[in-house]
Design a protein around this ligand. Sequence first.
Ligand code: G3P
Ligand code: CA
Length: 266
Amino acid sequence: MSADRPLVFAHRGSSEALPEHTLAAYLRALDEGADGLECDVRLTRDGHLVCVHDRRLDRTSNGRGLVSGKTLAELDALDFGSWHPSAGDDPLDDPPNPDRTRLLTLDRLLGAVRDSGREVRLLIETKHPSRYGADVERRLVELLGRHGLAAPRPDDPVRVTVMSFAALALRRVRTLAPGVPTVYLLELLPPGVSRGRLPFGARIAGPGIGLLRTRPQLVAALRAAGHGTYVWTVNTEAELDLALAQGVDGVITDRPRFVLDRLGVG
Ligand code: G3P
Ligand code: CA
């Protein structure tokens, strides 16, 4: 699977520069030349998929409580940008650009990626797989279907891969959309995976960078078994060196331009 360099995925958008999971952070990542975008999705109380990492609203918005306890309309009234150090950077930005502060739905992100006209790989991570039964995956596959992305073709400019730490979610995606590739995310290492076996047809493993330090044979074992590796979150020179030395296929980073510069990509 390895090309001459790993793919570079913007983790929650260009999320060092701009507030994570905002449309502005994703558009910045595309401008910076990222090969792909990473996005976490959660369900609102009324069943919409929104791009938010945390279970609670408190860290990345001016709201309080659980994302899953609010309707889309309630979330849409919140400010998801002013917490970030970049807020107020541009004194001429008056009124502030709503793309930097507004909740992003997955529907809107898919539309923006398509409208960019670029070749883009989208890594969508489903959160809370057990709380709503199969609702997250079902709604995700429905939405991908509406965007023509649930049955991928090799020449599609936008290519979606679904990721999860939960094997259960991967199994659901394989059942609902067998053509959509999946990534098995890993914080720890189940024994089967250390021997190169991934659950439910997952093509790629997604270990945290810490696992590459403690298990230096992992990427090679996965490769020998025909699996690729996308590693997260690669933000420093040392982390990138480690990932490159082990021959990973993709790096997921908050700093796509920094990584592309180090890789010599113009
Ligand atoms: O892309 C994988 C990585 O994002 C997993 O961790 O907590 O940032 O979603 P987290
Ligand atoms: Ca994630």
